[in-house]
Design a protein around this ligand. Structure first.
Ligand code: ARG
Length: 244
């Protein structure tokens, strides 16, 4: 049975026409759960549009952020759509699409508690949280913990950023500050309980990741991304998820 292999051989699933998208749905507005538990967001809508336009059917799986790359490597999923920053270390393990969004890091704190963070040195006085495996986590580890500025006892790793923010809202006895991507910090801040205390310029670019060597799917994603960007679908998506 070889029908379909020419046009749609990018996926590793039994059904050649089906692509499994892996994400970590704790990261608004890029990927999160709507009140009915459906996974939505900028990344999810964008990758679904790109792939369905090319004739694929798609399924979204919510997987811990730190397990996304291993899941891609073992073929459990075909593409990562998780606001994943293109880094040199990750490029050793996966292939990335063209960049589709830019971000920095930000420090999120609870509104109304006496927290005085005006520069990164001040973080040493608080418990600092970040998502395991994220670039925010790596920033805290490399910039603060490895340099002795923050004790490792005061560095808290979370599987989910939504849990980190829930702890932040409980109060500084749980966690005093979270390092998280700037657009996501903004989205959490808009709900009112937390605010951005500091911006950390890291100049990150998000890409969709595929298994190393899956050049066919990668080309399809890049072509689709270029095509979508040229339509009003792109503007509508930006408007839907980033206009506040
Ligand atoms: N951009 C950061 C990174 O690549 C954080 C991404 C976290 N994404 C998520 N869906 N939780 O490490």
């Amino acid at each position: 049975m070889v029908i379909g292999t020419v046009a749609l051989s990018g996926c590793t699933q039994e059904d050649e026409n089906k692509i499994i998208i892996g994400t970590s749905a704790d990261f608004p507005p890029f990927e999160y759960k709507a009140s009915n538990q459906t996974i939505i967001g900028f990344d999810i809508d964008l990758i679904k549009k790109i792939l369905t336009d090319q004739g694929y059917t798609v399924e979204v799986q919510d997987i811990g952020f730190d397990s996304l790359i291993p899941s891609l490597q073992t073929g459990k999923i075909d593409v990562i759509a998780a606001a994943m920053t293109i880094t040199d270390a990750r490029l050793q393990e996966v292939d990335f699409s063209d960049p589709y969004y830019d971000a920095n890091q930000a420090v999120l704190v609870k509104v109304g508690v006496p927290i005085n963070i005006t520069n990164i040195e001040d973080l040493k006085n608080y418990t600092v949280g970040a998502q395991t495996g994220s670039t925010g986590w790596a920033w805290v580890n490399d910039t603060l913990v490895a340099t002795g500025k923050l004790s490792s006892d005061n560095f808290k790793s979370y599987d989910l950023y939504t849990d980190a923010v829930a702890d932040l809202i409980i109060g500084p006895e749980r966690v005093g500050a979270i390092v998280i991507d700037s657009p996501v910090a903004q989205a959490f801040a808009e709900k009112g309980n937390v605010k951005i205390a500091l911006d950390i310029i890291t100049n990150e670019n998000y890409g969709f990741a595929v298994k190393k060597g899956n050049t066919e799917l990668l080309a399809q994603i890049n072509e689709g991304l270029t095509a979508v960007k040229a339509t009003t679908y792109w503007d509508d998506l930006i408007e839907e998820y980033f206009a506040s």
